[in-house]
Design a protein around this ligand. Structure first.
Ligand code: CU1
Length: 159
């Protein structure tokens, strides 16, 4: 991350305008996210999350996705998507509680999703989880960000 920004500084513009921060999450055949928490730097306006499934099993056996909601909505959003199956990524279409979500991927695959921090409610607690049935109880973690430091969230509050 630092290296990218430093390289960007040489070109001046990329570092100044594109405050898209990259976060990487890995999931595995042990039904775990390797990161228990993710932290967003204060300078970020947008976040791109890349999920990498380091396992070997296909999506229909040990698939994983990355879904971001308020912490209080994790269980209800997971339950709402359960019946949609793998083809529907176990995510209810149009579910407004979902801030961002990748599709379900199998071992060796990667998926990413980008979202604006302006979508987050300042002061609320956000968590990510895997919506594949039975996974969210252990495949979840907290997303931390500093609304006071984020330009996107500050703009949102000012509206
Ligand atoms: Cu999973």
């Amino acid at each position: 991350m630092k290296w990218i920004c430093t390289a960007g500084l040489l070109l001046i513009a990329p570092c100044a305008m594109a405050d898209v921060c990259q976060l990487h999450v890995t999931a595995n055949d042990q039904m775990r996210f390797e990161q228990q928490t993710l932290e967003v730097e204060g300078r970020c306006t947008e976040v791109e999350v890349t999920l990498h499934n380091t396992g070997k099993m296909p999506a229909n056996v040990m698939g994983h996705d990355w879904v971001l909601t308020k912490t209080s909505d994790v269980a209800s959003v997971a339950n709402a998507g359960m019946s949609l199956g793998l083809a529907g990524n176990y995510q209810k279409p149009g579910d407004k509680r979902i801030v961002a979500a990748t599709k379900v991927i199998g071992g060796g695959e990667t998926a990413s999703v980008r979202f604006s921090l302006g979508q987050l409610e300042p002061g609320a607690s956000y968590s990510y989880f895997c919506s594949v049935p039975g996974h969210y109880s252990i495949m979840k973690g907290r997303l931390f960000y500093n609304p006071a430091a984020s330009p996107a969230v500050a703009l949102n509050v000012a509206k």
